[in-house]
Design a protein around this ligand. Structure first.
Ligand SMILES: [Zn+2]
Length: 340
């Protein structure tokens, strides 16, 4: 029932690195099995980045103003009105959720994950991730009760380090909720509802069924199962499916613990292949949506050049064609070791 559609293109040229011998190179187009969206896979097999040293950036950012460091945080970040969030902020463990000073939806919160200004990938603990996501989840659950019309569609997001679009080094999550889903969220939610109507089953349940015997399956952490995404949006694209959850009301700390356990493994893998940054999104459907499962997605981010550069080109920016340098099946071979 799941259609893993791909299209292999073959290109021939005379290779300057091999005395202009005839060479055939393959690239792929793949189509997301749920949405049909095209992605491109360039013909590299292994990612082989040189190690990125964040130390000078971290040091410089310490010298500048950081609104999330202890002592400054209390004065520099906004508070919610008391009748909305009693106490004005949400604390779970060492994490603190505050309103986003620059909102881009009706409800946007920022979770300052830890008092520490910088966490290397190795320093990111399960506890930090679980507490921070729980702060996000509690916020989403409160606003869904207090302002249901403007809090139908929610997500919890993480831009780890500047290459991933994080403007502040100090670790933080972005929590969003609005009256309508974003572009990709809408496509996925709508496609899942159509799939459910046509097949009488949930797309992600069928996907896991199809993938469990396959080369893209990574493993499970309790009720969360992990896959190398068939049609990746970027390098290191991993999908996690949370069993039995589709909205913020279904999710609890146990799910977050199991998610964080997998995040830790994926982040260790990124670290091992010198991917210096990543994005994470945790997706939820609205209460009325059918055929959805909560999923999380992580992608690695990098720069093509030692100091300046971008991994976003004309392809993503002006054609909306996501691309990656690596076949998911090759990544799964390496990443699966972290799930054993
Ligand atoms: Zn800081």
């Amino acid at each position: 029932m799941i259609n893993f559609l791909k299209n292999v293109s073959s290109t021939v040229y005379l290779d300057p690195t091999r005395n202009f011998e005839l060479k055939r190179v393959e690239s792929q187009k793949r189509y997301d099995p749920l949405t049909g969206k095209l992605v491109r896979i360039f013909p590299f097999r292994k990612i082989d980045f040189s190690r990125h040293d964040w130390a000078p950036f971290v040091e410089e950012s310490r010298q500048r103003f950081c609104p999330f460091c202890p002592g400054v945080l209390e004065k520099a970040t906004p508070r919610f009105p008391e009748d909305f969030i009693p106490g004005g902020r949400i604390r779970v463990g060492e994490s603190l959720l505050v309103p986003n000073l620059h909102p881009y939806e009706t409800h946007t919160g920022v979770v300052v994950m830890t008092p520490r200004h910088y966490l290397s990938m190795e320093d990111i603990t399960g506890e930090v991730m679980v507490d921070s996501m729980e702060a996000g989840l509690r916020y989403l659950q409160v606003i869904a009760e207090k302002d249901p019309e403007n809090a139908k569609y929610s997500s919890i997001n993480w831009n780890y380090m500047p290459y991933a679009g994080g403007s502040i080094i100090h670790p933080h999550l972005q929590v969003i909720s609005g009256g309508e889903p974003g572009n990709l969220d809408r496509e996925v939610i709508d496609s899942a509802a159509v799939y459910y109507k046509n097949n009488g089953s949930v797309y992600w349940d069928d996907l896991l069924e199809a993938e469990r015997q396959d080369e893209r399956y990574l493993g499970s952490t309790g009720g969360v199962e992990w896959l190398a995404t068939f049609a990746p949006l970027a390098v290191g694209d991993v999908t996690a499916v949370v069993k039995g959850c589709s909205t913020i009301q279904h999710m609890g700390r146990k799910n977050l613990v199991e998610l964080a356990e997998g995040f830790k493994r994926v982040i260790s893998y990124y670290d091992s292949v010198n991917l210096p940054a990543f994005n994470m999104a945790l997706y939820f459907a609205g209460r009325e949506d059918r055929g959805f499962r909560c999923t999380a997605r992580l992608v690695g981010r990098y720069t093509l050049f030692p100091l300046v550069g971008s991994d976003i080109s004309h392809m993503q920016m002006l054609h909306q064609d996501p691309w990656t340098l690596q076949l998911p099946e090759i990544m799964a071979e390496e990443l699966r070791k972290f799930f054993e």
